[in-house]
Design a protein around this ligand. Structure first.
Ligand SMILES: N[C@@H](CCC(=O)N[C@@H](CS)C(=O)NCC(=O)O)C(=O)O
Length: 208
C-alpha cells in the first residue's frame, strides 16, 4: 500500500478531529506520533513540519507537490481535506457558510476557552484557578446554543453530518466528564449518535 499522507498527532482533541475525519474519508494515512509528554513537539525534526511545535499537522503527497504539502492548524486541515474529497463540507455557498459558522464557533468560543482553562488550571495559584473556572463556565454556557440548534436539526449545520460536528464532537468528548451534557437531551442525542460511528471510534484511538 502506498501511503500518500502523513498525520502528525497525539491523543488530544485537536489531533482527534483530524484522525476522525481521515477515518470518515477512508483515506490511507501514516500516523506519526508526536509524544507531547516527552516534548517531541520541540524536536528539530518536527519543528521543520510545524515551526509552532504543535500537533496536528499533515503532509499530503500530491502530484503537484511530490515532496509533500504541509498543512497545520486543525480547522485548516479539516477544511482542506473535506474540500479535497468533496465530503462533509457542502459546495453550496450557504450550506458551506453554515458549516463554517459552527466550525468557527466551536474553534473560537468553545475549544479556546477550554484550552486556556486547562493551561490556567495547571497553575497552582488561586487567581489562575479562578480564571480557569470562569473560562470553563463560559464554554459550558455555549452548550445551550448547541442544544437550541440541535432541537431544530439533527446535526449542527443542518441535515448533514459535517466537519463542524466532527470538530465539536472531539472537543466535547475530551471534557465530557467535567462538563457533562446529560441535562441537554438534544446535545446528548447528537453526541451519542456521533460517538457510535465506526470511523469516530477508530479516529479517537489514534495514535494507538
Ligand atoms: N490552534 C492549533 C492548536 C494546536 C495545539 O494547541 N495543539 C496542542 C495539542 S492539543 C499541542 O500540540 N501542544 C503542544 C505544546 O504546546 O507544546 C490548532 O488548531 O491546530
Amino acid at each position: 500500500m502506498i501511503i500518500m499522507l502523513d498525520l502528525y498527532t497525539y491523543k488530544t482533541f485537536n489531533g482527534q478531529q483530524v484522525s476522525i475525519l481521515l477515518e470518515e474519508l477512508s483515506l490511507d494515512y501514516q500516523v506519526k506520533k508526536i509524544d507531547l509528554m516527552k516534548g517531541e513537539q520541540r524536536k528539530d525534526s518536527f519543528l521543520k513540519i510545524n515551526p509552532s511545535g504543535r500537533i496536528p499537522a499533515i503532509v499530503d503527497y500530491t502530484d503537484e507537490v511530490p515532496n509533500g504539502f504541509v498543512i497545520t492548524q486543525a480547522m485548516a486541515i479539516l477544511i482542506y481535506l473535506a474540500e479535497k474529497q468533496g465530503q462533509f463540507l457542502s459546495k453550496d455557498a450557504m450550506l458551506r457558510a453554515r458549516t463554517l459558522e459552527w466550525l468557527t464557533f466551536q474553534a473560537t468560543d468553545i475549544s479556546t476557552n477550554i484550552f486556556n482553562a486547562f493551561l490556567l488550571g495547571t497553575l497552582i495559584k488561586e487567581p489562575e484557578k479562578k480564571a480557569a473556572q470562569i473560562l470553563k463556565q463560559r464554554a459550558i454556557s455555549f452548550y445551550q446554543v448547541f442544544e437550541k440548534q440541535l432541537t431544530k436539526t439533527p446535526y449542527l449545520a443542518g441535515d448533514n453530518y459535517s466537519i463542524a460536528d466532527i470538530s465539536s464532537f472531539a472537543v466535547i468528548n475530551s471534557i465530557i466528564k467535567q462538563m457533562p451534557t446529560a441535562d441537554l437531551p438534544n446535545l446528548q442525542r447528537w453526541f451519542d449518535t456521533i460517538k457510535n460511528r465506526a470511523a469516530v471510534i477508530r479516529g479517537l484511538n489514534v495514535p494507538n
